[in-house]
Structure formats: structure tokens, C-alpha cells
Design a protein. Structure first.
Lengths: 346, 346, 346, 346
């Protein structure tokens, strides 16, 4: 694991799905070097035994408790912890000068009151909210370059906002008439043992969930408002799909549909991870499996109505991939460092 | 297979997925007795070899060509053939006095011009269109009782219309503002060998398809208009989900949302195959696997917006199940004869 | 649910996978009528809410605690409880004169010492062991007709013994050289929430488990010895396959391979649920999904070696299906009453 | 795609599953640079359209016909073509001095007669057979270093031989008593449209196939004989598992079982891609998904019998991964160059 000129990093929540994906990416990263892994439940066990998928790379790393301090040289920490638990650790690391990419929801809401309403708990460190940069990488590069605390976007917000923000900003999409019909693979629900996530319950089944108001809806409306200058009203319905990874968001919207494709194409010119397909073509989640990519398809339906379909890997661009991308930007590295653009296929 | 007072039936297109499901249901049916099976490609082969899932029941049945005449005593024929191919055979059987349940699209459009536009071919037997009864069973019982030619609804139309028709008829849903975001298992695409339906391509993937205008959209708009008295405008987007069977339709709509649940509950009181869940609860496709059921969930989101989610087994209520239900009604049998209401679960 | 001349039955462990499958079968059974359902955890809740797949049939049934007494008229009880918990309830019902089909392992071992060694607990009611009939239906019809306590075989033993017993009895298979390489769908592991059975862990993965000695191995060796007159030595390795239902057992064996197909064909002539395929043909689990069938394929490889492949639905013939078959026999009904032979396919 | 000091390479059969995996790996390879892609059916089309999973990397590459000559500078060619078709192209490239890694079966059999018997066709270029090095990388490093024509092993042989060869060579495993019960994901069957590989047929199903004698059996026996000095007799039964990627081989064998773990551990000490688990632990295919790894578990069952379980990704170590590994060795690069050891998980 020795790397020259490496930047030592810590990963919290290492044994969850997002944590495991972070470790997979960091194992192959040429600059960030994992020096510390922590988890709430597997404390004291060897990482290699907890995560055989990591192979020999993980050998020798022992999982620490999340309350333990990482080594002095650690300059960057990824927090893949549940909301609520994350903020306290973030505050401690922040005070030490460690840069933070927080993958929980704790710093995604600029307003502590909105956080409290959405998560039904008062925010443990509201004083840090103003420090946090919302890391929708393609729309926050400047702020990220100086960021010390990065709030990594949720998976649904990432797929949705990448499609919506340029269109809202350009004024070609009616912000009051947006249906976001979203579909997620099961890994998005996390690794905790739950009967309703058992293979036999989920396999060969499809269902909507999280109604009437999923927490990501507020995040999307607020951040769209900040990034695009106009706060949309979303009608958001998420679904659980019998596949492990992958997220597809179908946006049914109205506006100047003939301009949508052009606006999106311009917005993402030069962006290595966002690809706008030819007008009329539709993306598939399997085309981005294991990558940090987002593929977007645009199809006008009528004179004023159309559909935008956006796909990501919920653990990639929707979580760990974007977290590494954000950290790359924050440390002045090329945005693509250590990130794959070729999907595992088939 | 001997049954007393049985009604001899024929099944065309026996080796496709819909045909196989028809045979599964008819094997267990106490009145309809399969006397003739035909298919376009497996002609001359033994049914038991082509469809081992049917077990010993299929032994002794040889697959006939679709051009061959069924035995004299056949009183009912199920046609599970591609559109275009179906109408010619229907016409011949109709002339012989055989009652017909046609599972193709050939008789779903009352207007030959609409058919021609939608299927890009002139209708082979427009003179029969006026004879056909559109078999959305719960909304056509009277007409079905006297029907000689039944047009079995498509799978998307079945799941969608069962949710929409009562609401449109009651005037509590805005017909101009309906988004139908639909998701189907792969068996809906049929059994023909296609690379894009191979396991390795479909598994762990999700995609939208059929845009800008899937053929079922016209069927839905037209039949909703006829059944509800008001023709809605639908924005319809179908998706392919990595599961074999199951269909879920998410309807994002506007109107007098507080009345939706009551209207639907009243509409389907006493209907053995349609179940309206408690308000706020959401159905799952696996809860109706292998059945002729449709489960419907209603969730108000705002003052005037809400979501209706409808699930069926695309080969059950979406095809073969409803076909048997329609035939039951046409022959004066109890609607539920030979049809299961308990899903195969897990 | 009213049925004339019905036999009132109770189902214990109603909300597990085996219990749910029992209820699905009993809902469609023309004689057995469910009067009492009990479960250890869902006590007091409505069955219809716990098991939406059962549809309207389940409405009105409240789940009782397993300690509560079933109504007087109950003549038959199915116990789908964990081993250990089952025997105590069986003893109580037995004393009341209720006939019992026990789907746990509690009465599968005629010897209390063998049970104790295998399950690491002394048997709670050894006095009942001599009463129990091992319900491998095709090989125990006579004993079953008079049985008051039926030990329903495990899923692996069912698929394995149906293939092995006739060959061992005929002396055409070497009992000392048998490899049983078995593969099971995930539902065989039960419904309890476990991280290693989560969709994201199991999907797209395959693994062996249960080594060096799975509990079913002893059951198979002992019962094969009793049924065939010669106790084989098995080398048994089970695997977990990413599918919900289905079990395939590959038996690699030696002996007079040219006689295998004939011996098996003769043994199962007239058996409605066991089908020996033409020599050289191989079965698939999907061909028996949802049924009480067992399909067996025989392929000679060399002069003295060959392969036998046996498939069942682990919840059907491997559990609930065979339980109903056994109860049918015990109550003098036709063996096939209420049981399907046509698989849900595709 | 510009790389300094790169080695220009060609990929034939680029649009099949093995070809796509080769391209995925080569896209991330720091030395090999793809200059030419050819396929038999997609000739003339753009690679980026045929394989959206490759993302922007593929843009600009046009698919050539397999008969066309690659650019002069191409020094290495990967042939992912069907057997029979491959040898002719190999011969042409060989004559030009291009090094070849052939992923078909054409050069895996040192004896033209054995090839003819197995593939029922005479070998098109028997004069090249003596030139070919069988590329089971861990057992052929020296020969590979000088190889101009590398026969890449089949997937079943790779997983099987990595487990067997050290044990046979050490004389601790009886070569006459080996059962190889193998299970493969569906991608191993290739990308051609076939009804029996359709999602709805394969999903939720498991079956054995390829009996009485799969072609890989001969390859395994012959190559084991050459590599270990003793030709084993295998009883080989392959199965098709409902997952896209992954292969698990269960070897039931006899011998000095207490020495197996030690022999294997010694044999693969220092091998980056083969990992022998602690004795008694069992591997899972998902732990090696997308990698070039092979994980091996050893479990003694009795005094002289035991089980060895070996897992690979059939498209990784079983095909494209090992091909790149072999090419790395042949060109004097570090064996691990461009190859991942961390699985995509979950």
C-alpha cells in the first residue's frame, strides 16, 4: 500500500456498502492512501475478514471504533455513517484540521430548522452548516476547491439534480410541474439486516416506498433552488427494484422541450462523468455499473412535455464515486483520479 | 383430462409465454378442457416436450399448425398470437361459431384507422371490429355475457385503466394531467430470442423504452374514453425491470385527491380480483405473482396531487388470467372459476 | 371459506415461508379448511396484513400464539416451527387426538441419540419417536394411511432420497461411493432477518455452506438405510443459489449405470408427482416451480459411473407440498387433492 | 487514449462479452493501447454505440471486419472469437510477428487429433500447435515470458486446474477419483441471441447441461496431465446458475486430505491473484466479481475425503483478466499491471 507523495486518509463506516465501495476505490487510487478504517459494529476485527471482496489489499488493517482518533498524518476523512452519528465525528475531525467528505445527510441542509423537520432531531452541530459545501461536483467545482467540509449529495438528489439544474437555470423547464419517478437498486437501503430486504422478499418484486414524503425530496428542492436560482416543486416517488446497484430517475416535465437537449449538452461539455446521449436515446443502469458516470437521455413527447431519464450507480456517482471526485477536486488532483468510466458489463 | 360437462377449448400460440400461462390455468380449470393446441413454430412437436413445466398433464397433446382446423366440438378459442396474425384466424373461427378471446391487439381498437396508424398496417378484418367487446372484465361484465369476440386488454392498459376509469368517471381526476410511469417484468416482451432480452443484458439493469409513443398509450386513451366517458391525455413511459413477471404502474395525477380512495373502494366492492388497499399503503408486484389479482394503493401527496399505484402479474390479470376470467363470464360460469387469488410467495 | 364435509385444520408457524406456502395450498384445497393459524412473533395481528400475497382469502383470520389451544373440531395440524419448538406442541396436540404433520426436524430421526448428536439438544419427547412416520410420500404410503404423527422430510433429503432409494434397494448403486452436490434457493434458509441473506449479499453470488457436516446428511443416511435396506455413506455439499425457490441435487455415483433409468422408471410408474425424464435429458428447477413435483434425470457417464439430477421446489415437494400430500394420504383423500402439477412458468 | 511508451494492441471479437471485458480492462491499462477493434457482425459501426458501458473512452473507434489487417504497429492481438474462426486469423497475425493471446479453444489442445475429436472438425493450422503456450498463468510463467502464441485457458479449466494441479503434482490427491461439480453464470454462454438464455427462461432456474461430456473436460485432463505430470480422470458436470458473472467449482476428491491446505498455500505463496482461504472457510463468487482473482477453500470431510471449492469471475480470471495477465508476463510487465484485485461488491 506504499505510495509516494500520498495523502493519508481515514474511512468511517467502513463495513457498510458505501464504506466498502469507498475502500474499493481508494485501494486503486494513486494518491489517497487508507491509513485508518473505523466502524461502529465490527470494531477490533480484521478488515480482510469482514470484507473478503477487497482481497489481499485489506490484509493487516484492523477496524477501529469510530470514537478513536485517527493517526496524526490523516488529512482527509470519508464519513459513511448514519445521519446524526456523523456530525459529531465530523466536528471533532474538523477541529483537528482534517478535511471531510461526509456521505450522511448531516450537512446537506443549509438550514438547521429544515434539517430538524426532515430528520426529526435537532442538528448536533449547526455552527458547521455554513462551512459545508454541497458536493454536486459538476456544479460546485469552485467551492469544492477550497472546501474543508463537503456534504456529499444523496443518490436520488445526484441523479435528479444533474438533470434538472441546468434546465431550471436556463428557464426552459416549468419548476412547478415536475414529476420525479425514481427507481433504486436495493443496496441503497444499506447493509443492516432487515426482513423486508431479504433476498426472497425483494427478488422478483417491485414496489414504491417512502411516501408521502421521502427525505431526499427536501434536499433536492433546496439544493436545486440554491444551484439553479429557482426552487422547484417536486412530486417525488421512489421505488425499490430487484437489483443490487443502479438508479434510474424518470423526470416527467414541461417547458421548452426542444431546447432541453441543447442546454444539457452545453452544460456538461467537458465533464468527464456526465454524458448526454443523442436526443431520443435512453440510458440503462447497467451501462454505468461500478462507475462514477451519469448518463442522461432526453425525449420530447409533445409540444411542451417531455421526459428526461438519468442513470447512475447509486454507490458510485450516487455515493462513494462522487465522494472521491469531490476529494480529488478539494486536493487539487485531476477530477478523474482513481475513478473508472468503464462499466462492469455485462 | 376427462371432465364432465366440459367445454372444449383451443389455444393458439401455445408455446409463447402467454400461451403457456393459458395452458397452466386451463389445466386446472374445472370446465374448460383443452382439445387443441396450435403454434406457428413448434408445429408437429409434442407439447410435453416443448413445455416441461406443464408436467404429465401435457402428455399426449401434439402441437398443430395455426392454419389447421380445430375439432368440431371446440366452442371457445384463446388466441395468443402476434397482432396481424391473429385477426385472420379469429375471422375463420368466428364464422364457424367458435367464441373467441383474442389476446393480441387486433380487436382492441374500435376504429380501423386508429389501428392502422398505431400498428402501421391496415386491419385485415375491419368488419369484425364492431363485434368485439373490450374485456376489461370489471368494467364490461354485461357486454361480456353476450360476447362472441372478446378483445383481451394489454397488460399496461389493464393495470392503468383499473386505476383510472372509476376516477375519471367520477370526475375526481383531471384528465389532462396524468403521468403514467409504468414498469414491467421481462416476460412481457415475449419469448422470441433477442439479444437485448438475454439474461446477461437484462439482469441488474433497468431502462425506459418505447418512447416517444408506446402502442398501449393509444389503447389506454381510447378505452378510457369509452369506459369513463372522458378521454384522458396520458404521458406514458414504460420501463423494463429485471424480473420475470410483474407489472407496477405509478400514476401521478391531480384532482380531488381526498375522494380517490373512496371512489375506488366503492367501484371495486364485490370484485374478487381487485383490491384497494388502505389509504397510504402501497402494493408490491410479488403480492400478486401468479394470480389474476390487481392491488391498488392510493396516496395523496398535496392538496390536489396524489399517486395511485397499481400492480398485476403481467401474464395473469395482464393477459392469460383475465382471458380466462372473460371466458368464464361469457360462458356464464362464476368469474373466479379456475383462477387463483393467492400469490406464489415468496 | 365454507366447505362442505371439510376437515378443519390448524397451521403453526403461519408467517414463515413454509407456513405461507401451506396457507397458499390450503386456501385452494377442497377439503382441508384452515380454522386456526398461529405464529410465535406475529401473535394478535391479522393474517391478511402479515401476508398480503394471500389476498382476500386471509381476511378475518387473526394470528394466535402457538401456546393457545386450537378449536375443538380441528382434526389436523401442520407444524412449520423450528426444531425443538415443534415437539412440545406436537405432544400436546397428539394427546388431544389431532393428527400432525410436523415440518420441523423433530421427528425425522428414529433414534433420540442421533437427534441429540445432530441437533445438540436432548429430544423433548422421545416417547413419540416410535409413533412418527417419515413422510417421504412415494415410499411410505401404507404407513402414512394409518399415521397420527408424520415427520415431513427435509428439502435436501426429499430430492436426494427420491433419486437414491430405488437404486439402493435394487442394488444397482454402490452405497459407499456417493457424492451429493446440492444447490438450494434462498427461501430454504427461512424468513428471519439475517445480513448474509440480504438481497445485495446473495444476488449474483454463489457459495457452498454447511460444511463439514450439514444436519440433513444424517437424516438422509438414516432414512435411506431404513427405506432401502442399506445405509449409504454420503459426501454431501450444499450450496446457496441466487434464486428464491428451487432445489437441484446432482448425485455423482457408481454402479450398474445402465440399469438406473429402468429401475427409477419402474419405481415411480403411477406416481403423479415424480417424473423420470428420458435417459440423457436433464431437468431444471423452473420446471417444477410452485408444484409438488420432482423431476429426475439420469445420465450414464462411463461404464460404471453416472449422474442423477433431481429437482424440486424446496417449499413445494420439499416442504409444504409434500406435507399436504402426506395429509391427503393420511385422511384417505386422493394424493393429488389440492396440489398443482403445473409449474408457474416462466 | 494517448499513452507514452505504449504497446499498440488489437482486439478481435470486440462486441462479445469476453471482448467487452477485454476492452474494459485495456481502457484502464497503463501500457497496452487499443488501436484496432474488429468483430464479425458489427463491422463498420462505432464501438461507442455498440458498447455504451465503455463510456467516452470508446468514442472515435470504428469496428473493423475481422479479415482486415490491423495497423503495422500493432504488437499484440487478443482473439475473442469462436473456435475454428480464431485459428485462421491467428495464423495470419503470427506470420506478421504479432504476439497473440487466443481466447478460443483453438490452441488449447496440443494434439490435433484430440482437437478434432473434441470439436468435430480438423484443426485449420496444426503446424502452430507446438508454438502455443497454455496460459494458466501461475503455472506457466517461464514459458509465457517467451511466448508468441498463448492459448488462454477456458473458464472451467482455469478454476479447476488452479485447485488440482498443485495437489496432483504433490501426489496428495487420487487422480482416479475426482468429481468436478461446476457452476457458471450465464455470461459464459456468450452473447448470441438464444431463447434458452433469455432472462425469463434463466432467471429463478438452475440446471445441469453439457452431459455426458463437456468439451472442457478433455482440456482439463490433458492440461492437468502436462502441468502436474499425472493425467487425472475427471467426472465433470457443469451447471447454469441464474447470475451474470461468476463461476464456482466444487471438487469432491480423495487422498491425503490433511496435506491439501498446506500444499495449496505453498503453491500460491506470492501469487497476487490466487488466495487460499483458511482451512474450513468457503469462498463466494461475489468476492471476486470483476477481478482477476481465484479464491480457493479447502474442507476435509473424512479421513481420506474432502472438498475443494474454487471461485473466479468467468469473464475475469476465466477469460479476459487472465488474458491480460498473460500478455503482461509475455511483455515483461508486472503481472498485475492494469488488473484489479478488489471485487465490485455488493
Amino acid at each position: 500500500m506504499a505510495k509516494r507523495k500520498c495523502i493519508p486518509v481515514a474511512v468511517y463506516g467502513a463495513t457498510g456498502y458505501v464504506g466498502a465501495e469507498l475502500l474499493r476505490l481508494l485501494a486503486a487510487h494513486p494518491v489517497f492512501a487508507v491509513r485508518f478504517v473505523a466502524a461502529r459494529q465490527a470494531r477490533g476485527r480484521m478488515l480482510a475478514e469482514e470484507l473478503p471482496p477487497l482481497g489481499a489489499w485489506a490484509e493487516g488493517l484492523r477496524i477501529q471504533g469510530v470514537e478513536e482518533a485517527p493517526p496524526e498524518e490523516v488529512a482527509l476523512a470519508f464519513l459513511a455513517l448514519p445521519h446524526g452519528a456523523s456530525a459529531a465525528i465530523a466536528a471533532r475531525l474538523y477541529a483537528r484540521g482534517v478535511r471531510i467528505v461526509d456521505l450522511s445527510a448531516d450537512f446537506r441542509h443549509p438550514d438547521a430548522k429544515e434539517y430538524a423537520r426532515t430528520y426529526e432531531a435537532s442538528h448536533p452541530h449547526p455552527e458547521l452548516l455554513a462551512e459545508a459545501v454541497y458536493g454536486l461536483a459538476e456544479h460546485a467545482r469552485k467551492a469544492l476547491a477550497a472546501a474543508r467540509l463537503i456534504a456529499n449529495p444523496g443518490c436520488y438528489p445526484t441523479a435528479t439534480l444533474l438533470a434538472l439544474v441546468p434546465l431550471l437555470r436556463a428557464g426552459v423547464l416549468d419548476p412547478a410541474r415536475i414529476v420525479v419517478d425514481a427507481k433504486s437498486g436495493v443496496s441503497g437501503a444499506g447493509r443492516a439486516a432487515k426482513r423486508e430486504l431479504g433476498f426472497s422478499e425483494v427478488n422478483e418484486s417491485l414496489r414504491a416506498y417512502g411516501l408521502p414524503r421521502h427525505r431526499h425530496q427536501v434536499e433536492m428542492e433546496t439544493q436545486a433552488g440554491l444551484l439553479a436560482g429557482v426552487r422547484p416543486q417536486l412530486r417525488f416517488v421512489p421505488h425499490l427494484v430487484p437489483m443490487t446497484r443502479g438508479m434510474l430517475v424518470t423526470i416527467h416535465a414541461e417547458g421548452d422541450v426542444r431546447r432541453w437537449h441543447g442546454v444539457l449538452t452545453s452544460a456538461y461539455r467537458g465533464c468527464p462523468f456526465v454524458r448526454v446521449l443523442e436526443e431520443g436515446r435512453l440510458p440503462a443502469t447497467k451501462h454505468v455499473l461500478g462507475t462514477n458516470r451519469c448518463d442522461i437521455g432526453v425525449v420530447p413527447l409533445g409540444a411542451h412535455t417531455g421526459v428526461i431519464v438519468s442513470v447512475i450507480d447509486n454507490l458510485g456517482k450516487g455515493a462513494a464515486g462522487q465522494a472521491v471526485q469531490n476529494a480529488n477536486i478539494a486536493f487539487g488532483l485531476a477530477e478523474t483520479t482513481g475513478l473508472s468510466s468503464q462499466a462492469l458489463w455485462p
